[in-house]
Unconditional design. Structure first.
Ligand code: PCA
Length: 173
């Protein structure tokens, strides 16, 4: 193929690729706005993340705070707990790889698809409030059985009245 055709093809490909590789993820814990790990998603060195809107899981799940570092875990036990509130982001492949690594996926959390109901949405052409969508979520099946006895939250806040302030990875002993 000629050089000009090649340049056009390369330009088209690079214009399409970022869109095509964006993935929706639902965050319910420390990655949300105002929470201790949110800055990691806003750091361009880790990739790209765009806020889309708020959402709630279509089914109930146990969302608990566990362990000595007060880590929020969504236990993959649909039908138990509360319908969990969180935020949806579109992330590029680089951010997705960063988050998989940061969340110790797949050993600590597993990234699985979850059904959601949209709340307020900022993304144009997004779902209308109250309609369903799917996104990835970091949930886990690798939990202590006793975790199911912990209080089950609807809306995680690291600084909530529970007093279980999250220990940032950098400050763990
Ligand atoms: N980070 C991920 C999973 C739990 C956590 O603290 C999140 O916010 O969804």
């Amino acid at each position: 193929m000629g050089v000009r055709t090649w340049i056009k093809a390369a330009a088209l490909l690079s214009a399409l690729t970022p869109l095509g590789s964006m993935t929706r993820i639902f965050v319910y814990g420390t990655l949300k706005r105002g929470q201790p790990n949110h800055f990691r998603m806003m750091d361009a060195a880790n990739g790209k993340a765009e806020f889309c809107g708020s959402a709630q899981t279509a089914e109930a799940f146990p969302l608990v705070i566990a362990g000595k570092y007060n880590i929020p875990f969504l236990l993959n036990v649909p039908g138990t707990g509360r319908r969990v509130r969180g935020e949806v982001y579109r992330v590029d492949a680089k951010m997705l790889a960063f988050l998989d690594d940061f969340e110790n996926c797949p050993s600590m959390y597993q990234r699985t698809a979850v059904r959601l109901v949209a709340g307020d949405w900022t993304e144009p052409d997004g779902p209308a409030p109250g309609t369903g969508l799917e996104a990835f979520v970091y949930s886990t099946t690798a939990y202590q059985p006793d975790s199911l006895k912990l209080p089950m939250l609807e809306n995680y806040d690291a600084y909530g009245s529970h007093g279980l302030v999250y220990a940032l990875r950098e400050s763990r002993q």
